[in-house]
Design a protein around this ligand. Structure first.
Ligand code: AMP
Length: 249
């Protein structure tokens, strides 16, 4: 079984995000970029499936500008076998990515597609669900544990009330949650080996996908700054403020 894993290049989670002066988006010039953390978890899970003999090949997919190759190389250095890069410079919304993933899945015929539950830049939490719908495949979102058996996969999902187990028929789409695993660091020899692994390049047109945005961003703004707190002298004063100012008791 082939496993297709999506890896998105996003602003590194340690970077303090700055909104552009014209409010059209956030600053990305000279900002450290990394693989979306949930996608590191997806790559790790796919590699573990290969190590356990449950997957035959792990393919890392990324869509975006030339620099996405670095993100794919990171996945290859962790242990993925080869990459697929859909090269496009414009804004990519989840529906466009889902269509590209579907087109690649139609060619590659993976048994599983694993994506992150959300990208930490747009926080959409849509791509996995959309690609499952476009392919007509089962989906197991927010995976906390995955067990692949013959022809099916059991996914323990993180839901509001706790954990839920679902059994899906393969092929299926899974989205990863934080506690699924701890991704490995790539070793230096594996980083060197990854340089020789193949990355296929496609343009959206080659795959017959129109990636034009369907949604328009009107304005991006910083959240309102937090007001300074105050110190209360007594419990009675605290209770009074909670009751009459905050209105929470
Ligand atoms: P989102 O729906 O945008 O929150 O993204 C959910 C997941 O879809 C991410 O964690 C990635 O696995 C995948 N994804 C989204 N955009 C891209 C992209 N441009 N390239 C590769 N994978 C992506």
């Amino acid at each position: 079984m082939k496993v297709l894993v999506a890896v998105k290049r996003v602003i590194d989670y340690n970077v303090k995000i700055r909104v552009k002066a014209d409010k059209t988006g956030v600053e990305t010039a000279n900002v450290k970029m990394s693989m979306n953390p949930f996608d590191e978890i997806a790559v790790e899970e796919a590699i573990r499936m290969k190590e356990a003999g449950k997957a035959t090949e792990v393919i890392a997919f990324s869509a975006g500008p030339t620099q996405c190759q670095e993100t794919i190389r990171t996945a290859l250095a962790m242990g993925a076998d080869r990459g697929v890069h859909v090269v496009t410079d414009g804004e990519l919304q989840p529906l466009a990515v889902a269509k590209l993933l579907k087109a690649v899945a139609d060619k590659e015929q993976p048994g599983l597609i694993i994506v992150g539950k959300q990208a930490i830049d747009d926080d959409s939490n849509q791509t996995g669900q959309m690609v499952a719908a476009l392919l007509g495949w089962s989906q197991g979102t927010f995976a906390n544990k995955i067990d692949v058996a013959d022809g099916s996969v059991t996914v323990k999902r993180e839901v509001d009330g706790g954990l839920e187990n679902v059994k899906l028929k393969l092929p299926a789409v899974i989205t990863t949650d934080l506690r699924l695993n701890e991704p490995r660091y790539a070793s230096l020899p594996n980083i060197m080996k990854a340089k020789k692994k193949p990355i296929d390049q496609h343009k959206p047109e080659d795959l017959g996908v129109d990636v034009a945005p369907r949604l328009k961003t009107l304005k991006v703004e910083e959240p309102a700054g937090r007001k300074a707190g105050i110190k209360v002298k007594t419990v009675a004063e605290l209770v009074e403020k909670l009751r009459n100012e905050a209105g929470v008791i």
